[in-house]
Design a protein around this ligand. Structure first.
Ligand code: COA
Length: 179
C-alpha cells in the first residue's frame, strides 16, 4: 500500500487513509477514549492512558511487520476518526483473522467505513494461509450487521449473552468472510 490514500467521503470531506504508525500514540488514544465516551457497541469500555496506548501501538506495529496484523486508520480534521483492524490468530487458529472496525459518531454514515473495510479486506488477500475473516457484533447493532452483510460477511453463529452493554446481556453474532 502507498504511504497514504485520499478518499472523499459522501459529504465531500477529505479523508486520509493510511496504516497506523508510531507517531499515532496520542491520536489513537484520543480516538479510543472518544469511542468509550460515545458508548459505541465495541468490546472496549474503559478509557486508556498514554502508557497503555503506547504498548498497544508498539504491539500493533510489530504485528504488521510480521505480516500478522493490519491496522488502517482514517484521518480527518487532524484526528483519527476511524480504525479498521485485522489480527491473525495464533496456533490452531492460524487460518483465522479477527476483524474490527469503529468510526466516531460524527463520521458515520458517509461511506468511510465501507472504504476502510474494503481496503483492509484487500490487504488481507496478501496474508498467506488465511481462510476465514471473523468478527463478532452485538446482536442489537443492526446498523453494523447490515454493514457487514453488504461487505459479504455471513452470519455463522449466535452466542447467547456474549457482551454486557449498559448493564444488560447482549447476544453476539459471529460472522465470517472468505479472504
Ligand atoms: C458500523 C460502522 C463501521 C459502519 O461504517 P459507516 O462509515 O458508518 O458506514 P457507511 O457509511 O460506509 O455505510 C455502509 C452501510 O452501513 C449501514 N449504515 C451506515 N450508517 C447507517 C445508519 N446511520 N443507519 C443505518 N444503517 C447505516 C448501511 O447499511 C450502509 O449502507 P447504505 O449506504 O447502502 O445504506 C460505523 O457506523 C461504526 O463505527 N459504528 C460504531 C461502532 C460499531 O458499531 N462498530 C462495529 C462493531 S461490531
Amino acid at each position: 500500500m502507498a504511504n497514504f490514500d485520499i478518499f472523499w467521503a459522501e459529504n465531500g470531506q477529505k479523508i486520509k487513509m493510511r496504516l497506523l504508525k508510531m507517531g499515532d500514540i496520542q491520536k489513537a488514544r484520543d480516538f479510543i477514549n472518544a469511542c468509550v465516551v460515545e458508548n459505541l457497541m465495541l468490546l472496549m469500555d474503559k478509557k486508556i492512558t498514554i502508557q497503555e496506548e503506547k504498548k498497544q501501538v508498539i504491539g500493533f506495529i510489530q504485528k504488521m511487520e510480521e505480516g500478522r496484523g493490519i491496522y488502517l486508520v482514517a484521518e480527518a480534521d487532524k484526528k483519527i476518526v476511524g480504525i479498521c483492524s485485522l489480527e491473525r490468530q495464533p496456533y490452531r487458529q492460524n487460518h483465522i483473522a479477527r476483524f474490527g472496525i469503529a468510526l466516531l459518531t460524527g463520521y458515520q454514515g458517509i461511506g468511510i467505513g465501507t472504504e476502510l473495510a474494503k481496503r483492509t479486506l484487500k490487504l488481507a488477500k496478501e496474508m498467506r494461509g488465511l481462510e476465514i475473516i471473523e468478527l463478532s457484533a452485538f446482536a442489537i447493532n443492526d446498523k453494523a450487521i447490515d454493514f457487514y452483510k453488504k461487505l459479504g460477511f455471513k452470519e455463522v453463529a449466535r452466542i447467547p449473552n456474549y457482551f454486557k452493554y449498559d448493564g444488560k446481556s447482549v447476544d453476539g453474532i459471529v460472522m465470517h468472510h472468505k479472504p
